[in-house]
Design a binder for this molecule. Structure first.
Ligand code: AN0
Ligand code: CP
Length: 315
């Protein structure tokens, strides 16, 4: 694997899942693969899981990982070409990315959507600039349109807990006070559409995801109907794609409650975390046996380790 920006970089999804299972069974079997190699983990936004699981994954492969919080400890970056840099940006991405590429064998980046300019976000301006100028393999740790390491960990978790060959998986929109990106939902839809599951997406009218993400899949606007017979409920808020970045609906009825979960086929509850209790999901669900949120977070080590392993094998 030359890079991991999205599902498009995965040549064969079932092979990748098998490889993840091997990695999970035997995490230290490739301890020498990262010898004398190093990865830079660049964060333009906060993180708990991605930051820590990536460092654990690198350690398991004997790969040195260095974390840089771009906004806290580095220069403010300029991404526009031809700018007269007499404002608050101190360094251009052309130099910054090239320097990082000169120091490291792999660069992993977190850069959320701005939620201000849809075209700019969906062009993956920041991620693409790093790919263009750093000259080494890039890993997406949540970009403006996708969070593939999360979707990969979620798929591993579903594989572990499914009790039928082709489980019914439901992605449900849930309320949130702040405007959040579509990245997690986008990747979840992409990965589940390629996996051996039956995917249903439910959200309030007007919250349609990008047509290229849904790829012909029609949303079910009735959340209760969507939950019927579900094996997995995956909750996530996203802000509006059409009226870009806006929070148009705060209907608390969309929260995943115990009563909603009772409509499912003894379904499991999933969320990428961090989650706002009693806004996105009720305590009674999150604290129940049905919740897989810690399993998902634990599998973030597995997804990152599998991706880093595939990349190191090509170096
Ligand atoms: C982020 C998001 O929704 O994209 C990160 C999730 C992994 N969530 C928040 O900002 C709460
Ligand atoms: N799920 C996830 O990516 O969490 P963090 O934002 O804490 O990394």
């Amino acid at each position: 694997m030359k890079q991991f920006l999205s599902l498009k970089d995965v040549p064969n999804l079932s092979d990748l899942i098998e490889e993840a299972k091997e990695v999970k069974k035997n995490p230290f079997a490739w301890k020498s693969l990262g010898k004398n190699r190093s990865a830079c983990l660049l964060f333009l936004n906060p993180s708990l899981r991605t930051r820590l699981s990536s460092q654990r994954a690198a350690a398991n492969l004997g790969l040195e990982a260095v974390v840089l919080d771009v906004n806290a400890g580095s220069w403010k970056l300029e991404f526009e070409d031809g700018t007269v840099m007499n404002g608050d940006t101190a360094e251009h991405i052309k130099e910054a990315a090239a320097v990082i590429g000169a120091y490291f064998d792999v660069v992993a980046i977190r850069a959320f959507a701005t939620l201000k300019d849809r075209e700019e976000d969906y062009s993956e301006k920041v991620l693409s600039a790093f790919v263009k100028y750093c000259g080494v393999p890039v890993v997406n740790m949540e970009s403006s349109t996708g969070h593939p390491l999360q979707a990969f960990a979620d798929l591993i978790t579903i594989e572990e807990y499914k009790i039928t060959e082709r489980p019914k998986v439901v992605l449900t929109w849930a309320p949130h006070p702040r405007a959040l990106p579509q990245a997690v939902a986008n990747s979840f839809v992409e990965w589940m559409s390629a996996a051996e599951v039956d995917l249903t997406v439910t959200h309030p009218e007007g919250y349609e995801l990008a047509p290229e993400i849904m790829n012909g899949l029609k949303p079910e606007y009735d959340q209760n109907k969507a939950f019927e017979g579900a094996d997995f409920i995956y909750a996530k808020n996203w802000s509006n794609y059409n009226d870009y970045g806006k929070v148009l609906n705060t209907d608390t009825d969309w929260m995943v409650s115990g009563a909603k979960m009772a409509l499912t086929n003894s379904g499991k509850f999933m969320h990428c975390l961090p989650v706002r209790r009693n806004v996105v999901v009720g305590d009674e669900v999150l604290d129940s046996e049905q919740s897989l949120v810690i399993d998902e977070a634990a599998n973030r080590i597995v997804s990152m380790q599998t991706v880093l392993k595939k990349i190191l094998e090509t170096l």
